[in-house]
Design a protein around this ligand. Structure first.
Ligand code: RNT
Ligand code: ZN
Length: 425
């Protein structure tokens, strides 16, 4: 058993921490209130290693690969829902659930991607209603026979391209129903694996095709209160090392000229580039951004997010620009080598810790020193602020949200593994 904290201990430590922050002009109560309302969209695909419910195909590739075979992954909607319900008893704050089109439920019928309907997601919608979760959505352009050539929406084959355009249109309609039914805008995020393993001869051609295909798929205007479209860029992927059609420049141009949302995944840049650096450069031009918070290790490896420098830097840049209303936060990681609930809870709590840490930063004091030109004081303060008593505030927040603070949630996941996950073969 890992140590559980008593209410008294949490309260005592919080009172002291509150005072220390207040000496630097930070109101911990306000930070907590703000954090409570920042939605984090948690991805369904950590729960089943990006397998989806289409069963038969077994087609993987297309830039997505979950490695590991830890037992207990969810094999259907009921298992995935039950696992997630359990995981969120350990996650404080406002949560959304992010679905991919391949998580449709057809009652055993084979339904191809260009024929999917809102009805195939009605169980998800009812469940989300019950749990008061907003839903987000993603068309699935991988794990499908019509994706094996390496090109989907940007394919030179008209039949293939039209198939994926129909899929995109269906997904937009599904997202629209989700948003309408749940009363909260459902972001429909497009990521396609299109690209090539080795040097292409015609980079421009595929990009022109993609531009046109997207324009066709987005032709119909949908109620922005129900759904918004987003496009996710990438530098390279498995089997698209040399060329990705939907690169950062491509989608930045597309998003700005078509007023759709640009999605930025922390693993989709050159390893020496940081997503966090880019936010303040895009905010003057993009009225909305979607983030895929992830942890790339040497490449776009999608490791479980941690409370590390990169994640804190993302949160800090949003806070410093006061851009919580313009930036939607979603998670994107998948580790099949560990308990999937452990992954969800660790990654989501780490993201929320980073958000809280940023909200507790006495930013005004740093800016004041900077504006005075005293960069030495700025540096010294930044270093001091790293060790302010953050943990007691986090623990207090968890307690107030009715979620276990500290490490004892790990025991609860262990019990669930014994009771439920171990019997899954
Ligand atoms: C892939 C993208 C994309 C996927 C999900 C499953 O590199 O990051 O967001 O991870 O669609
Ligand atoms: Zn992503």
């Amino acid at each position: 058993m890992y140590p559980a904290l008593s209410e008294e201990q949490i309260n005592d430590e919080y009172v002291k921490a509150k005072e220390m922050y207040s000496a630097f002009g930070v109101d911990t109560c306000q930070a907590i209130e703000k954090l409570k309302d920042i939605p984090v969209s948690i991805h369904c695909w950590q729960g089943d290693d990006c397998a989806g419910f289409e069963g038969e195909s077994g087609i993987t590739g297309g830039g997505i690969l979950a490695t590991g075979n830890y037992p207990g992954r969810a094999r259907n909607g009921d298992e995935l829902r039950r696992d997630f319900e359990t995981a969120i008893t350990m996650i404080p704050g406002k949560k959304r659930f992010n679905l991919h089109a391949m998580y449709l439920e057809t009652g055993g019928k084979t339904v191809d991607r260009d024929e999917i309907e809102p009805g195939h997601f009605s169980r998800w919608i009812d469940w989300a209603k019950e749990l008061n979760l907003g839903l987000d959505f993603n068309p699935t352009y991988f794990s499908h026979p019509k994706a094996v050539s390496g090109f989907t929406l940007s394919s030179k084959d008209k039949a293939i391209r039209d198939f994926w355009i129909r899929h995109t249109i269906r997904c937009r309609e599904i997202a629209c129903v989700m948003g309408k039914e749940l009363g909260t805008t459902c972001i429909n995020n497009l990521w396609l694996p299109d690209g090539s393993k080795d040097y292409p001869a015609d980079r421009y051609g595929h990009r022109m095709i993609l531009q046109e295909a997207l324009d066709r798929a987005f032709e119909k205007k949908l109620d922005p209160d129900c759904t918004l479209d987003a496009v996710e860029s990438k530098l390279f992927g498995l089997a698209s090392e040399a060329y990705v059609v939907g690169s950062h420049e491509f989608y930045l141009g597309y998003a700005l000229t078509r007023s759709v949302i640009l999605t930025m995944d922390a693993g989709h840049y050159h390893p020496t580039e940081d997503l966090s650096d880019k936010l303040s450069a895009l905010l003057p031009f993009c009225n909305r951004l979607l983030l895929h918070v992830s942890r790339p290790m040497r490449w776009d490896s999608d490791h479980v997010v941690l409370f590390d420098d990169a994640t804190r830097a993302i949160a800090r840049e949003i806070k410093r620009a006061d851009a919580f209303h313009y930036i939607s936060i979603a998670l994107d990681f998948f580790d099949a080598s560990i308990n999937r609930l452990t992954a969800w809870v660790t990654g989501t709590r780490a993201t929320q810790k980073a958000l809280l840490f940023s909200l507790l930063e006495p930013t005004d004091l740093l800016v004041a020193e900077e504006d005075k030109g005293n960069t030495g004081n700025r540096l010294a303060l930044m270093e001091e602020f790293k060790t302010l008593p953050f943990v007691p505030v986090w623990n207090y927040y968890c307690m107030k949200e009715g979620v276990v603070p500290g490490a004892s949630w790990i025991d609860a996941v262990g019990e669930y593994e014994e009771k439920v996950l171990k019997s899954r073969s």
